[in-house]
Ligand binder design. Structure first.
Ligand code: HEC
Length: 148
């Protein structure tokens, strides 16, 4: 009887649960196809990056999820992010906090247009976006050295 119960429970919970997404499944040259909603992105182990993921969902996703009209580099697309990541996280964070107009004259609004976000929240969102766009090592290095 008990064994049967366990079997039934296992069938219910071991069934069609959405497979956990891995970083390697989402990051590529052109990134994920279509608009990238947060549920398509992996959940990092590090609390700072988890916070960044939440901030990203609330403020950054609208453009960085792949809104072509805005000219925002799409999350997960390494081709769009490589040269940006090469500038280093402090520069990227400064651009995200203060706002930034790049070579194509598309505008990254200060704090993503959300003045309520603190510098720390912006930094975590940038670190998350870098982490999920080919800059995993750079993001992890940044969050561990920042803490010291
Ligand atoms: C209204 C659309 C919009 C929103 C919202 C937005 N961004 Fe951006 N972001 C852009 C655009 C456009 C660019 C590219 C600017 C360029 O290079 O011309 C950009 C570029 C960036 C860059 C790269 C800067 C560089 O030096 O190359 C970072 C980092 C960034 N955004 C972070 C964020 C974060 C973090 C958020 C949320 C808090 C956010 N963005 C929200 C439009 C947006």
């Amino acid at each position: 009887m008990r064994a049967l119960l366990i079997l039934v429970v296992a069938a219910q919970f071991g069934g069609p649960v959405a497979a956990e997404v891995a970083l390697t499944d989402v990051v590529s040259e052109r990134g994920l196809k279509g608009f990238v909603t947060v549920d398509r992105l992996p959940v990092p182990a590090e609390p700072v990056l988890q916070q960044g993921r939440t901030v990203w969902e609330g403020t950054c996703m609208a453009c960085h999820g792949g809104n072509k009209a805005t000219g925002a580099p799409k999350i997960t697309a390494t081709k769009k992010w490589e040269s940006r990541i090469a500038q280093g996280l402090p520069t990227l964070i400064e651009h995200a906090v203060q706002g930034f107009v790049g070579k194509t004259y598309s505008e990254m609004p200060a704090r993503g247009g959300n003045p309520d976000l603190t510098d720390e929240q912006i930094a975590s969102a940038v670190a998350f976006m870098v982490w999920a766009s080919g800059g995993r090592d750079a993001a992890l290095h940044f969050i561990t050295t920042e803490k010291e």
